[in-house]
Design a protein around this ligand. Structure first.
Ligand code: NIG
Ligand code: FE
Length: 415
C-alpha cells in the first residue's frame, strides 16, 4: 500500500510540528492532541496531518481510506529495553521465589541468568530466531513498533555472537524497527567467580573487537550493580566499547545505590535503566546530561521490589521513559499496554506522562527519536489505531484489555 488516509480520528495524539528529542519534567503532563483529525501516510512515512476542518484544502487525497470514527491514533510504542532472544521460560524459578527459596536453590533448580546461558549454548540460531520472531509478532498486536534487544544470555564469545546474529536476522525479517545491544557483562560466569576482572578482559579483548568487526551491535550494556559488575568494571568496558563507537545503555541501580547511574552519565550513556535506587545525587548527575532515565515497571512489579522515584525525577525536571524489560527471569511480558497501566498505578504517572514515557522518550532511549516516537511529518508511519474508547485516560485505566485495533508499521497495515 503506497498511500493511506485515516480520517475522522477522534483524537490524534502526540503530534509535533518539529521533532524534539524528548519531553522532560512538567512538560510531560502536556500531551499534544488534535480532535477530529486526519492522518495521511505516503510511501511508509507520515505525509500530512491536521484537523478534519482543514481537509478540504488538501488535494489528491488517497482513495485508500480508513474511517476512524470513535477511535484514537498514536505513534506505536517504542520498547527501548528487552532481552527477548532466549531459549526457555523460567516459571519454576518464579514459583520458587514465591516459596522463598534462596538464590542458590533457585539456580540449582534451573533458574537464574546462568541457567539461561547454559541452555543458550545448545540452542540453535533457527530456534532462537523463530521463538523471538513470535514474541515480536505478539508484541506488535499490543501496539509495539520498535524494540531494542540485548544479548547477555551467551556469556561466552561464541554464544554472545550467536545471540547478536539472531538479533541481526530479526532486524532483516521483522517490520519492527530493531536496535541491538551487546550485554556480555550481564552476569559473571561460574568459572570467573573470584576473578571477574578476567571475564571483563575477555569482553574487552575478544568479544567487543569481534562483534564490532561484523557490526553486530548498536549499543553496549553492563549490569552495574551489587553482586554483578562494579563501577570500575563498567568504566573499563564502556571505555573499550567507545573506541568502536558503541554508546552505552546500562542496567543501573536496580539492587542498590551502585554508582551505575553516575558511571553511565560519565560515559554519555543514551539511557540508564531500572533505577529503583535513585536519590538526590543520582538525580543531580542525570540533570541536563542527555542520558534518559528509564524505569522498568515490569521487573519491579514481578520481583515485588521498591519502585523507582518517577515523580521526584519529573519534579526535578528530568524526563522519564518506561520500557518492558521483557525477559524470562524478571519480567516475562512484552506487553507495553500493561507497562502503561503499571506506570500510572504503581508510579502515579498521569496518562499524558505515561504516553510520553512509552513513545517519545523511549524513542530517544533507543536512538530513533528522529524517525519515531511522535506524529510528525517525515517520520516513519509506525502508528496505532485504538478500538472505540471513551478517552485518553482509558488507555492506562483499562488494564489487561487490548485497546489496540490496528497497527501500521512502515505504512503497512499489520494483520
Ligand atoms: O533486566 N537485571 C538484570 N537482568 C535482567 C534479568 C535477566 C534474567 O533474570 O534473566 C533484567 O531484569
Ligand atoms: Fe534488563
Amino acid at each position: 500500500m503506497k498511500e493511506l488516509l485515516i480520517k475522522n480520528i477522534k483524537k490524534l495524539l502526540q503530534t509535533e510540528k518539529e521533532s524534539k528529542p524528548y519531553v522532560a519534567g512538567s512538560e510531560m503532563a502536556q500531551l499534544p492532541v488534535i480532535d477530529n483529525a486526519f492522518l495521511w501516510i505516503k510511501e511508509g512515512k507520515i505525509h500530512d496531518f491536521g484537523s478534519m476542518l482543514e481537509i478540504e484544502s488538501r488535494t489528491n487525497l488517497p482513495e485508500n481510506q480508513i474511517d476512524a470514527t470513535g477511535r484514537m491514533v498514536l505513534p506505536a510504542w517504542c520498547d527501548s529495553h528487552t532481552h527477548l532472544v532466549y531459549p526457555h521460560s523460567r516459571e519454576i524459578e518464579y514459583v520458587d521465589k514465591i516459596k522463598g527459596l534462596s538464590y542458590e536453590e533457585i539456580a540449582k533448580r534451573g533458574g537464574g541468568i546462568l541457567n539461561t546461558a547454559q541452555k543458550m549454548q545448545e540452542a540453535s540460531e533457527d530456534s532462537l530466531f523463530e521463538a523471538a520472531l513470535k514474541r515480536l509478532e505478539e508484541m506488535t498486536t499490543w501496539g509495539t513498533g520498535a524494540v531494542e534487544i540485548k544479548s547477555g544470555y551467551g556469556l561466552t564469545t561464541e554464544s554472545e555472537l550467536k545471540m547478536l546474529r539472531v538479533i541481526r536476522r530479526l532486524k532483516e525479517h521483522s517490520p519492527l524497527t530493531i536496535k541491538s545491544t551487546f550485554l556480555g557483562a550481564h552476569s559473571i560466569p561460574m568459572e570467573y567467580r573470584g576473578q571477574q576482572e578476567k571475564y571483563v578482559d575477555l569482553i574487552i579483548n575478544e568479544m567487543i573487537p569481534q562483534l564490532a568487526a561484523d557490526n553486530l551491535a548498536d549499543y553496549v550494556d553492563v549490569f552495574c550493580d551489587v553482586g554483578f559488575f562494579t563501577v570500575e568494571d563498567t568504566d573499563r568496558i564502556l571505555e573499550a566499547a567507545a573506541k568502536y563507537g558503541l554508546q552505552p545503555k546500562i542496567h543501573a541501580n536496580e539492587l542498590d545505590y551502585s554508582g551505575g547511574i553516575q558511571v553511565g552519565v560519565k560515559h554519555n550513556a543514551l539511557s540508564v535503566d531500572h533505577l529503583e535506587f535513585t536519590g538526590e545525587e543520582e538525580i543531580k548527575a542525570l540533570k541536563d546530561s542527555g542520558t534518559m532515565p528509564t524505569i522498568l515497571p515490569g521487573a519491579a512489579f514481578f520481583l515485588n521490589m521498591v519502585y523507582a522515584p518517577a515523580r521526584q525525577m519529573m519534579d526535578a525536571g528530568l524526563p522519564v521513559a518506561l520500557a518492558s524489560d521483557c525477559n524470562p527471569g524478571s519480567s516475562p511480558s512484552g506487553n507495553m499496554q500493561l507497562i502503561i497501566s503499571m506506570g500510572s498505578v504503581l508510579y502515579r504517572m498521569l496518562p499524558e506522562e505515561v504516553i510520553h514515557a512509552v513513545t517519545k522518550n523511549t524513542a530517544y532511549a533507543m536512538g530513533v527519536d528522529k524517525e519515531l516516537g511522535s506524529i510528525c511529518v517525515g517520520k516513519k508511519a509506525n502508528i496505532l489505531i485504538t478500538k472505540e474508547i471513551p478517552s485518553l485516560e482509558y488507555l492506562p485505566y483499562a488494564y489487561g484489555e487490548n485497546k489496540i485495533d490496528t497497527v501500521i508499521l512502515n505504512g503497512e497495515i499489520q494483520d
